[in-house]
Design a protein around this ligand. Structure first.
Ligand code: MN
Length: 257
């Protein structure tokens, strides 16, 4: 099997989703794991530049040809994996399976998706996979089976150069899943998202939380597809420039002195 796959995540190397993904992907390629040594959810595309990165080899992980834990972020793991730890350049980066959804605007905060973005920046086809629940892992088998199929399809067909796949699986039994939808990134906001509390010593502290609100109801959005128990696959593109606006902006009477 010639396919070389780098597996990472943001839930940490001990996470059940990463272990299951590694075991399943090993059926179609050589899997090398480079993952954070602890949970790093919500770290987005952060990288570590002000202290060194420590790496430890992890032995005995089912399906992994080699596995390393890193005391850094998901993006650090991909950089380090590709540039320093792996003996060959991976054909594919797969990040996940994340515990919890990565939908709508939340993809900007997601360590899971950012690891895939890092793969993309390095010119490697990349996929992020998440199960949209926190406790049951009911969708985990569907997530790993789909990831295995995607690995083979991407090896055969490739992906556009600046595009990753963001995959979300509803946390329900296979017979309850309605099918697969190709979606767009929705817009997700949060209601009451700062919880102000008082600690035992009388000091105020804050907790970022809150209830997700999806502003649009379009069935082609990832947020809505998941709500309706579809598997969502979004081709996410990182062309950040708003090309159409460049002309108008260039006619603004801008000054710098
Ligand atoms: Mn996570």
């Amino acid at each position: 099997m010639g396919l070389e796959i780098l597996v990472t995540n943001d839930d940490g190397i001990r996470a059940r989703g990463l272990r299951a993904l590694t075991a399943t992907l090993s059926q179609v390629g050589t899997v090398r794991v480079v993952a954070p040594d602890r949970e790093r959810s919500g770290t987005a595309h952060a990288i570590t530049v002000h202290h060194p990165l420590r790496v430890d080899e992890v032995r005995g992980m089912e399906g992994a040809t080699t596995a390393y834990q890193v005391d850094g972020t998901p993006a650090d793991c991909v950089k380090l994996g590709v540039e320093a730890l792996l003996p060959v350049r991976p054909d594919l980066v797969v990040s996940g399976v994340n515990r919890g959804p990565n939908l709508g605007t939340d993809v900007l905060y997601s360590g899971t998706v950012s690891a895939a973005v890092e793969g993309l920046i390095m010119g490697i086809p990349s996929v992020a996979v998440s199960v949209a629940g926190y406790d049951n892992w009911t969708g985990l088998d569907a997530a790993t089976v789909l990831a295995r199929h995607l690995a083979l399809l991407i090896a055969e067909k490739g992906l556009p150069e600046d595009t990753l796949l963001n995959v979300n699986i509803p946390d329900c039994r296979p017979e309850e899943i309605r099918g697969i939808k190709i979606t767009r990134v929705g817009i997700r906001r949060y209601r009451d998202f700062i919880d102000k509390r008082v600690d035992p010593w009388g000091r105020t502290y804050y907790w970022l939380a809150g209830e997700a609100i999806d502003l649009d109801n379009d069935p082609d959005l990832d947020t809505i597809a998941l709500r309706d128990r579809w598997i969502s696959i979004t081709p996410v593109q990182f062309q950040l420039t708003h090309v159409d606006f460049m002309g108008e902006l260039s006619r603004w009477p801008l000054v710098w002195k």
